[in-house]
Design a protein around this ligand. Structure first.
Ligand code: UT7
Length: 319
């Protein structure tokens, strides 16, 4: 049986770090409030000339090097992003050009903070069906550009970054199970309600969130999804070595960990220094824990995330 296995990870964070204290100099908030309510202490902000595809490129190059593959072997590129360089072409096509690997299929997946889970699941299906053998799957975002920096209820939460994996066909176990879900009835509690029409921006091009409603929905949806994904494989929480969750709020992450009977030292947490990087947060966290040796070959790992749509899901895998 052919599995899709992660054979290399990489990530990139922009150089500029913005602390809570710096935000508190400009708007009515405080480091204490942000840390207590979210767990976030700082976030990285892309430089003016940096584009999402630049962040994706740096993360991809590191994943390719870690996998030890020839970039010419990549036969599928998927980028999860809600903040592409432009309306079209896709960030994936621009990334493909920057990487210098023309020819293979390349496309974006838009599932906001669940984007990496959706993209990884899609690449898994391509590999399992024989349509691809070596996929580059990236989550890359510059959320700092869709924030209203005067809205304290949202601007303190997000940051920029990119993470990438090389997913390859293998006889050894890799991705074991996937759950994807969406419910468009919740579209209005988390969105960027704008479009471009006749040369104008119509609507509000800033992130809007009903934080409390999102929080409530996320806690329940993630707990259900994690249980469902384990049960489908005949596994239980006792089989898990690591949880690599989407990094939105430490209280949501603690709640999911509690549901899975996992202590927080089995949970990869990058939120304090990175904030919520939307589709990039899961591959950024995965790469951090692979590089510092916490996640080892053979470990059983659950990735899970939720975001606007609502869209959510989980991937259960053996590293
Ligand atoms: O990745 C996509 C998924 N997104 C999420 O998962 C986010 C989910 N939601 C959350 O993480 C939390 O709901 C927030 C962190 C956004 C908000 O935390 P909360 O505990 O739900 O606070 P709240 O929205 O109920 O606000 C409590 C108070 C309000 O003041 P009043 O009305 O009680 O006087 C807010 O105006 O905190 C106030 N507040 C702030 N105060 C200082 C809101 N933002 C801030 C701020 N600094 N930055």
């Amino acid at each position: 049986m052919t599995y899709a296995r992660i054979v290399g990870t990489g990530s990139y964070l922009p150089e500029k770090v913005l602390s809570n204290a710096e935000i508190a100099e400009r708007i009515d908030t405080s480091d204490e409030w942000i840390v207590a309510r979210t767990g976030i202490r700082a976030r990285h902000i892309a430089a003016e000339q940096e584009k999402t595809s630049d962040l994706a490129l740096a993360a991809s190059q590191r994943a390719i090097a870690a996998a030890g593959i020839d970039k010419a072997d990549i036969d599928l590129i998927i980028v999860a992003t809600s903040t592409p360089d432009m309306i079209f072409p896709s960030a994936a096509c621009i990334l493909q050009d920057k990487l210098g690997v023309p020819g293979c299929p390349a496309f974006d997946v838009q599932a906001v903070c669940a984007g990496f889970i959706y993209a990884l699941s899609t690449a898994n299906a391509y590999i399992r069906s024989g349509m691809a053998r070596t996929a580059l799957v990236v989550g890359a975002e510059i959320f700092s550009r869709i924030l209203d920096w005067n809205d304290r209820s949202t601007c303190v939460l997000f940051g920029d970054g990119a993470g990438a994996v090389i997913l390859q066909a293998s006889e050894q176990p890799g991705i074991l199970g996937v759950t994807l879900q969406a419910d468009g009835r919740y579209q209005s509690i988390l969105n960027v309600p704008a479009q471009v029409a006749s040369g104008e921006i119509v609507g509000t091009p800033f992130l809007h969130m009903d934080g409390g409603a999102v929080f409530k929905f996320a806690v329940k949806a993630l707990a259900d999804c994690a249980s469902k994904t384990l049960a489908a494989q005949g596994m239980s929480h006792a089989d898990l070595d690591w949880l690599v969750p989407h990094q939105a709020n430490v209280r949501i992450i603690e709640s999911t960990a509690k549901h899975l009977h996992l202590s927080m030292d089995k949970v990869v947490l990058t939120l304090p220094q990175q904030g919520n990087t939307s589709a990039a947060s899961i591959p950024l966290a995965l790469d951090a824990a692979v590089r510092d040796g916490r996640i080892q070959p053979g470990h059983t790992v659950m990735l899970e995330g939720i975001g606007g749509g609502f869209a959510w899901g989980a991937v259960l895998l053996t590293m």
